[in-house]
Design a protein around this ligand. Structure first.
Ligand SMILES: Nc1ncnc2c1ncn2[C@@H]1O[C@H](COP(=O)(O)OP(=O)(O)O)[C@@H](O)[C@H]1O
Ligand SMILES: [Mg+2]
Length: 325
């Protein structure tokens, strides 16, 4: 088959309040190839999760899709019916969230929740589905899966719960896995294990990943191409190595500067990170011109009044900054 697996084209998400309608996400476009790991990075509040939810058909009021197309395997899905979305989710696109406790049913043993995927999407009978659930738990390296399938979510650690979520997400071998801050709630050591596991399983199954995180280091490690999002817009997109070697947007530079650096920690005894000053503006308070301008060290007059256009960069990259040179 030709074409990318997923094409998000000119996506707009509206936030309707009593006072006004705002563009929560504006002109967001990206493509993910079959089996490719693509990263979406930005601070909290930049619009990453609602972008992901729109690809899952899960936007709910007060948010709605107000423009653009979502194309899965050459087929437009943004206007799919409730029933069509239900068929797509789990089977072709699956998602794991930051907090598995909210996604898991607290009253149902985890084995049953995995087995449900096989029953629902593949017409398996329950006996067969429970066997396959045990295999799925083994695949995500949960110890003693034959016992663990009977556990309820609260009996498992955070890391184990996220493994269960991965098992559920990958049960029906979806073409795309959306991982939205999948390790943010976990200990650092567990984080790395979960990321490695996810990357390994997806590589083995040929599953594409949309990896979403506020952590540029984590995303760049896992993904070949990375998009940086700020206040509802993609402000830069490049190959992961190029992002670090030659970041073109001051916001990207800020994200890099705020990453802990190896070595510095040991010398100083304590990490001193260079945080980006200021905060992500709220949707109702997006500044005019470049939305990053109030926090930008390189700001000039034009940045305050004119919204920067997209400038293409080599290798399908792009930057949205008046001073990108
Ligand atoms: N249900 C909602 N109602 C109103 N505003 C929302 C809702 N969900 C998200 N938002 C707003 O949309 C913006 C983007 O949110 P989100 O996609 O969750 O950001 P991120 O995932 O990058 O942290 C934020 O300003 C957030 O406050
Ligand atoms: Mg989020």
């Amino acid at each position: 088959m030709s074409g990318p697996l997923l094409r998000v084209e000119d996506l707009h998400i509206a936030l309707k309040t009593e006072a006004a309608t705002y563009n929560a996400v504006e002109k967001v476009s990206f493509e993910i190839g079959r089996g490719e790991a693509f990263g979406l990075v930005g601070e909290s509040g930049c619009g990453k999760s609602i972008t992901a939810l729109s690809v899952m058909g899960l936007l709910r009021r007060p948010l709605s899709l107000s423009g653009g197309r979502i194309i899965l395997d050459n087929e437009e899905i943004q206007d799919a019916s409730v029933a069509e979305w239900r068929r797509l989710r789990g089977k072709r696109i699956a998602m794991i969230f930051q907090e598995p406790m909210t996604a898991l049913n607290p009253l149902s043993p985890v084995g049953r929740q995995i087995a449900e995927m096989f029953v629902l999407h593949q017409g398996a009978n329950w006996n067969e589905a429970m066997d396959r659930a045990e295999d799925a738990l083994r695949q995500v390296q949960v110890p003693s899966p034959e016992r663990r399938i009977k556990d309820f979510p609260h009996q498992l650690s955070g890391g184990m719960r996220q493994r269960v979520m991965i098992a559920i997400a990958l049960a029906c071998s979806p073409e795309l896995l959306i991982a939205d801050e999948p390790t943010t709630a976990l200990d650092v050591t567990v984080q790395a294990e979960i990321i490695d596991l996810m990357a390994e399983l997806c590589a083995a199954k040929g599953t594409a990943i949309l990896m979403i995180s506020h952590d540029l280091g984590l995303v760049a490690n896992m993904c070949r191409r990375v998009a940086v999002m700020y206040a509802g817009r993609i402000v830069e997109q490049q190959d992961a190595d190029a992002i670090f070697a030659a970041p073109r947007h001051p916001y990207t530079q800020g994200l890099i500067n705020s990453l802990p650096r190896l070595g510095e920690r040991s010398r100083r005894g304590r990490q001193r990170l260079q945080e980006i000053t200021g905060v992500v503006p709220s949707i109702a308070g997006y500044p005019s011109g470049c939305r990053f301008n109030p926090r930008c060290a390189a700001v000039t007059d034009i940045c305050r009044s004119v919204s920067p256009e997209i400038t293409p960069l080599p290798a399908d990259g792009l930057v949205r900054c008046h001073h990108h040179g």
